[in-house]
Design a protein around this ligand. Structure first.
Ligand code: CU
Length: 369
């Protein structure tokens, strides 16, 4: 009897220590930085037709030294570093290059803890990092409003230039996939000092939370060959923190035209991860793989988006689709088992957004025989 008790005790201890070991703290070093962003690196060629951009498309990408700004804008981005010294940028691997302007993927399994060390490297612009979905207390919410907090509980709300703040978030069951969800789901994070300005300036990123044990040591999800994260949003450069700098740098002739209808229109960048007109890079997979697609949106009343995949179909929580619905700050996770090789169009199906360049493609490479 005594022996049995000892065996049971050992078994309990072993299970307990495994459970403890399986839960980890995942630390991210992220700096907010000013960058020169290019919405259409392919310019002057529109890869969709393999021909030069036409006059209508040039409204958005053709400016620079005219009275329109063009395809390049100063923006802000969340950039990942290797450690707390913030001296070495963590290189983005090829499979994540499609993230474009988005910050690094912050990810965890249910049961983990997420720690984000945020450094503000932008001159003059206070920023923060506000997450959706995960469990944060008042000292890690990253939003400035009259919530009754003060002192250390407020330091997360507004990180001044040159300053650093550490955010701590828990990942309980209620932050992970629900009963009808796939094995992982996506949330947004973004700066929330002046939400509208901060997000239009580019301070946005994804959080992926998976069920216990699904995210493996190699950084991949069990049973999933590839993941793609795509944010559909009309980045409104008229509301960017850097609007004046962009006008001075790229369209000095527009300095007195900020309210001009054509000028305003030309700064509405209908983008997928900060790219327009088939510039979204590296969306490549193999026939027969299991591919997880996370779709995000953010923005205002024009930001109703309907991502559409040509050539293959997907499942959205058990329903078969080739189009999904997005509204500002909503998210959808889908799975695709591509059976149809080729280069396929992948775009927002809203007519006005098609014209304005919310277009991309993905490639399914044939299975090797
Ligand atoms: Cu759209």
């Amino acid at each position: 009897m005594k022996q049995l008790q000892i065996v049971l005790l050992h078994l309990t201890l072993a299970l307990f220590s495994e459970a403890v070991a399986a839960n980890s703290t995942r630390t991210y070093y992220i700096a907010a930085e000013e960058v020169l962003w290019d919405y259409a690196p392919s310019y002057p060629v529109n890869p969709m037709h393999n021909a030069e951009f036409n006059e209508e498309e040039k409204v958005f990408v053709g400016g620079n030294n005219t009275d329109l700004i063009g395809r390049q804008y100063y923006k802000a981005r969340y950039i990942e570093y290797t450690d707390a010294s913030f001296s070495k940028v963590k290189e983005r691997p090829p499979e994540w290059r499609h993230l474009g302007i988005l910050g690094p993927v912050i990810r965890a399994n249910v049961g983990d803890t997420i720690k984000v060390v945020l450094r503000n490297k932008i001159e003059n612009m206070p920023i923060s990092l506000h997450p959706h979905g995960v469990l944060y207390r008042k000292d890690s919410e990253g939003t400035h409003y009259a919530d009754g907090t003060s002192g250390d509980d407020r330091k997360d709300d507004l990180v001044e230039p040159g300053e650093t703040h550490t955010y701590l978030w828990q990942v309980p069951e209620r932050s992970g996939p629900g009963p009808q969800d796939p094995s992982s789901i996506i949330w947004l994070y973004h700066s929330h000092v002046n939400e509208v300005v901060d997000t239009n300036t580019g301070l946005i990123g994804p959080i992926i939370i998976s069920r216990r044990g699904v995210l493996q040591k190699n950084g991949k999800l069990k049973g999933i060959d590839r993941e793609f994260v795509v944010l559909f949003t009309v980045l409104d450069e008229n509301k960017s923190f850097f609007l004046d700098k962009n006008i001075d740098s790229f369209a000095p002739a527009a300095s007195d035209k900020k309210e001009d209808e054509d000028f305003v229109e030309s700064n509405l960048m209908h983008s997928m991860n900060g790219y327009v007109y088939h510039n979204l890079p590296n969306v490549t997979m193999k026939q027969g793989e299991t591919v997880r697609w996370y779709q995000l949106s953010l923005g205002t009343e024009v930001d109703l988006h309907t991502p559409h995949w040509h050539g293959n179909t997907l499942t959205e929580n058990g329903h078969r689709v080739d189009v999904v619905n997005l509204l500002p700050a909503t998210h959808v996770t889908l799975d695709m088992k591509p059976d149809n090789p080729g280069i396929w169009m992948y775009h927002c199906h809203v007519n006005d957004h098609i014209d304005a360049g919310m277009m991309a493609s993905y490639e399914v490479k044939p299975r090797q025989r």
